[in-house]
Design a protein around this ligand. Structure first.
Ligand SMILES: *[C@@H]1O[C@H](CO)[C@@H](O)[C@H](O)[C@H]1NC(C)=O
Ligand SMILES: *[C@@H]1O[C@H](CO)[C@@H](O)[C@H](O)[C@H]1NC(C)=O
Length: 405
């Protein structure tokens, strides 16, 4: 049940040190270090540094051995930038030494962008690490009004701030992402990824500013982070296996979700998800599994454990919703093709801001849903309620709200 992602085999020598000592310590360990400023990056917040940063990356990536690319303190104004492998380097570190005035700032002209802004792709043994914040500022406020995705299915998707695509063995640490135009961070088709100490924020009313969206990855660990945005804190999409999430604070935003699943043909199963020691404050949902009600293919969402969660003023702390259909007039005539199996919610306590604190709305009957030790009160005063459809849940330990009969 408990996912055991393989340990990350990355040369982290350059990082096992105290802040500004890092580079010298790294040099002592035979690391080749490049400074982006030697490639023409200005870091003055005015000139476009895209070409300089990409040139510096190409040099670093093409260097055999262990390599660090330092982005020294400053404000780097960049448009879409792709940092791609495969690299000659056996391990490569992208070291964002932002200070309080130092950020990577997105160009605001939307016409320049494809699906994402900063993309790390096809790299093995990559470390992306920040210092003094390591701020990545998507400057999304100007583009949020152009995002029609919350209301229209055929919308144009805005760029994600940081995309990790097809990488093997990646560490991401001590990075701050603010005001993305769309998702803050997306993980697509990576193997063995470890992320910690992230700070992610955007205003509560910013559209689709999901913190971390995960799709088709194997072996992802996300821990010790704070995420507050206008959408999901972390969303686990289709085709993910062995995902472990611990000690993340979510809020404001929509909470943590598995899904939405079952929208497209050919989606993969989602299995072995372990989420533990989370806090949710002022979010719409706590943990939610959502699947489209009229999905074109069959898949499984199975073997998930959500445990040790504290909910503070969360609308609906526990949800399984297999009738997810936000766009058109839904008749609820269809049954989702996603089968939900072996899902446990354990030690969940706190307060809800709606009376129904546990909503289990399954399509084909869910198999093996277990609730153990649930203690949720409605605004801290009255009792809460459960609502179930085809849930067939099993209850262990104490239950507030009362179980569905
Ligand atoms: C990645 O790092 C591991 C462990 O240091 C090393 O054995 C492997 O060769 C590296 N892979 C590549 C493609 O550089
Ligand atoms: C409900 O769960 C029990 C025990 O897990 C199982 O024996 C039964 O077949 C389930 N019923 C349905 C309708 O799935």
């Amino acid at each position: 049940m408990e996912p055991r992602p393989r340990p990350v085999a990355v040369a982290v020598n350059a990082l096992l040190c105290v802040l500004s000592l890092c580079v010298s310590a790294a040099e002592a360990e035979n690391v080749t270090t490049y400074d982006a400023k030697n490639f023409g990056a200005k870091g003055n917040g005015v000139d476009d540094d895209t070409k300089a940063l990409v040139a510096a990356w190409k040099k670093a990536c093409g260097t055999p051995g262990t390599v660090t690319l330092v982005i020294p303190p400053g404000t780097y104004y960049i448009g879409p930038a792709h940092f791609h492998g495969p690299c000659e380097a056996v391990a490569i570190t992208f070291f964002l030494q932002a200070s309080t005035c130092g950020v990577l700032m997105a160009a605001t002209d939307l016409k320049r962008f494809g699906n994402d802004w900063i993309e790390f792709g096809w790299v093995t043994n990559l470390t992306v690490v920040g210092q003094n914040g390591g701020v990545i500022d998507g400057q999304g406020a100007a583009s949020w009004p152009f995002n029609k995705c919350p209301v229209r299915k055929d919308c144009k998707v805005l760029p994600t701030s940081v995309m990790f695509l097809n990488n093997q063995n990646t560490v991401v640490r001590d990075i701050t992402s603010v005001n993305s135009k769309f998702f803050h961070i997306a993980l697509l088709h990576n193997n063995n990824m470890r992320m910690s100490n992230l700070r992610i924020h955007a205003p509560e009313n910013s559209p689709n500013t999901d913190g971390i969206h995960i799709e088709r990855n194997t072996g992802v660990i996300i821990s010790d982070s704070r995420i507050g945005t206008g959408d999901d804190c972390i969303s686990i999409g289709q085709g993910n296996h062995n995902i472990y999430i611990a000690r993340v604070h979510c809020g404001p935003g929509h909470g943590m979700s598995v899904g939405s699943l079952g929208r497209y043909v050919g989606e993969g199963d989602v299995t072995s998800i372990h989420v533990t020691d989370m806090t949710f404050q002022g979010t719409m949902n706590g943990v939610r599994i959502k699947t489209w009600e009229n999905s074109p293919t069959k898949s499984f969402a199975a073997r998930m454990l959500f445990e040790n969660m504290v909910m503070k003023d969360v609308q609906t702390p526990i949800i399984i919703d297999q009738k997810y259909c936000p766009y058109y007039n839904c008749e609820h005539r269809y049954v989702s093709g996603v089968t939900i199996e072996d899902i446990k919610f354990k030690n969940i306590k706190g307060t809800s801001t709606l009376p129904v604190a546990v909503l289990l709305r399954c399509g084909v009957p869910c198999r093996g849903v277990v609730l153990q030790n649930v203690d949720l009160s409605y605004n801290g005063q009255a009792g809460t309620l459960s609502h179930c459809e085809n849930a067939n849940a099993t209850y262990v330990g104490y239950q507030h709200p009362q179980p569905c009969i």
